[in-house]
Design a protein around this ligand. Structure first.
Ligand code: HEC
Length: 185
């Protein structure tokens, strides 16, 4: 090999190593089946899945939230199994002329309409194409409007809120879910 070829090979080798080091997560997610934020489809049949928690009252946000978990995921909890998908419906609530929520006879909020749908799914190597401090294990996120149209790929705000939930595999309200599951609710 001539000196020039050796030099070229060295430069190319260094360039290849350099590109890996410069951007460790840019190429993550290219493996078959790996999902990153915004790449999860809205499951067509989620409303027939097991309930994770239903009728969550969020007067602070003027919302009611219903969460479903697929049968594969329901068998697990912190850590949730690969193949788990969770879907959360965000419903707006009825308000009075003063803008405050109108409560029913039991003091509960009342659904007005489906405003958004949030999805998270877990699989091997999923959700790594973000900065390390925004990683939540191997969860990836997606969000949709009430008609099922994607709200875009950026899930950094989702991640910002779910990152601190690391003791429950980055999932919210796990103790409530486990208690309901054990009591057969
Ligand atoms: C302000 C903090 C916050 C943000 C931002 C946020 N979440 Fe959550 N998420 C929660 C909380 C808290 C719950 C539990 C339900 C509740 O209490 O309202 C939850 C529940 C969920 C659930 C049901 C599973 C679980 O963890 O209980 C999914 C799915 C979900 N979020 C996805 C998303 C997606 C997708 C986004 C971004 C589009 C997002 N979240 C943004 C706090 C947040």
């Amino acid at each position: 090999m001539s000196k020039i070829l050796v030099a070229m090979a060295m430069v190319m080798g260094i360039a290849a190593i350099g590109s890996v080091q410069a951007d460790p997560y840019a190429s993550a997610g290219n493996a078959a089946g790996v999902k990153n934020d915004g790449e999860l489809a809205l499951p067509a049949d989620y409303a027939s899945w097991p309930v994770y928690l239903k009728n969550i009252q969020r007067p602070d946000l003027k919302q009611i939230r219903d969460i479903y978990i697929n049968p594969q995921g329901q068998k697990s909890s912190r850590p949730f199994a690969y193949g788990t998908t969770m879907v959360m419906e965000l419903h707006s609530v009825k308000t009075g002329s003063d803008g405050q929520p109108l409560l029913d006879a039991e003091g509960k909020l009342q659904k007005q309409g489906l405003s958004k749908i949030f999805v998270m799914g877990k699989g091997p190597g999923w959700g790594q194409a973000v900065a390390p401090e925004l990683r939540t294990g191997e969860w990836a996120y997606a969000s949709f409007d009430g008609s099922g149209k994607s709200l875009g790929k950026d899930a950094s705000s989702c991640r910002g809120c779910h990152v601190p939930m690391k003791d429950t595999d980055f999932v919210a309200r796990v103790p409530e879910y486990e208690a309901n599951r054990l009591s057969g609710k």
